[in-house]
Design a protein around this ligand. Sequence first.
Ligand SMILES: C[C@H](N)C(=O)N[C@@H](Cc1c[nH]cn1)C(=O)O
Ligand SMILES: [Zn+2]
Ligand SMILES: [Zn+2]
Length: 503
Amino acid sequence: MPLFPLRRIASFKPGQFIPRLSTPYTPRRFFYGHISDSKMAPNLEPFFKEYAVAIPSISAQDENRKDVFRMAQFLADELEALGAQVEQRPLGKQPGKEHLDLPPVVVARYGNDKNKRTILVYGHYDVQPALKEDGWATEPFELTIDEKDRMYGRGSTDDKGPVLGWLNVIEAHRKAGVEFPVNLLCCFEGMEEYGSEGLDDFIKAEAKNYFKDADAVCISDNYWLGTEKPCLTYGLRGCNYYSVSITGPAQDLHSGVFGGSAHEPMTDLVNVLSKLVDAQGNILIPGLMDLVAPVTDEEMALYGDISYTMDNLHESLGAETGIHPTKERTLMARWRYPSLSIHGVEGAYSAPGAKTVIPAKVIGKFSIRTVPNMESPDVNKLVFDHVKAEFAKLNSKNKLDVWLQHDGKWWVASPKHWNFSAASKAVEQVFGVAPDMTREGGSIPVTLTFEQATGKNVLLLPMGSSTDAAHSVNEKLDRRNYIEGTKLLGAYLHYVAEEPISA
Ligand SMILES: C[C@H](N)C(=O)N[C@@H](Cc1c[nH]cn1)C(=O)O
Ligand SMILES: [Zn+2]
Ligand SMILES: [Zn+2]
């Protein structure tokens, strides 16, 4: 494959004419839902309000399930319009919530040339919850672009931007009249932010069917370590998500009448939660750290070379509240040690004001990010035993229950594979630097499943940067990352086509 088409794809700019293209190239899909951007406005469709960031496809909230389905339909329609063969595969009912259908997996094939490599790309079209009242400066489901070309909106970086990046790559090739370098298989799911319910079985079933031609897998669903230098990622932490409920009185109580004379669920819960993790991030569950693989000298030597500073951490935190004094210790805490986070309490009074209520039932939520060699059943046993033992020490007459909501496995692979070499060359082509090789603190539950079920190498190729605030308020994707990231995905596919077949 000559480099010419690659250069052409990798060097166009938004709004710039490229050969054989009658209109300026604009990755228009992402800009549906946004009208005031003058550069993009001429290319917007009149029905813009319906799409992409504008669809609140929140998988964790039952009332948004219809929106998750709408988002699947949007993607399927877009892929079909681009000439892909698309199917929406049902996954059945949601376990534990049988009144809800799981959103479909949108699978697609673009190209079926036996002489080309086949790349399977995975992404997710569901998003985390978001409310303006959480502290967003703009409406979370209206894409808003500021004067620094930062594109704000829930899902912008996690993971609608990267998913649409793959579609933009197809569109760019079609508009430019450039032959597509590989066959592309797409697998886009709608439950990733809720533990990828149902997808493991689907991947295992399709590994030797729909995905059988895949030569390698690429996932664009994580972030650079900083804001300037891209990275390729070869490891993820897992995630075990727990709920602990405490119930007592038959209904909420007046604290003046019952305070001091009844065991209070919220008091018990706060006591139990305080025994999980200390203020320095140390997990207080006996035996848990014994499950963690020891650090080797070889691994220790890797951290120093990574382009990361404490300033990068402070920039993405928006504060100087890091726990550890050095970048090495910070990266290890994020990549290779477990962490325990307390996320919230259902049933507790959280509105402004001073209501003097004693909640009758509260449910605390926490999760543990897991690492090699922690196995989920071992972690669960230690968690359940510890929570029950700490509750027993309170001598409360309330009732406690603790359970696992969902778990996802950690993953660490070898980056010594043509899949990573191709991505590395693409980063150098598009950004002019060699990428850092990183692991990631977040979780993409199906990564290991793809690796094991297909037997193929899996690469994580992120588009967004460390300041994107995924899962937080004011999530954004910089326009530069979106445009250059789209080029990166395209260039990667061209380099994949050039990698020696024997590798
Ligand atoms: C890294 C990826 N973009 C992501 O955000 N994954 C989620 C997946 C999840 C949700 N519950 C458990 N895992 C994450 O890491 O929180
Ligand atoms: Zn994601
Ligand atoms: Zn996410």
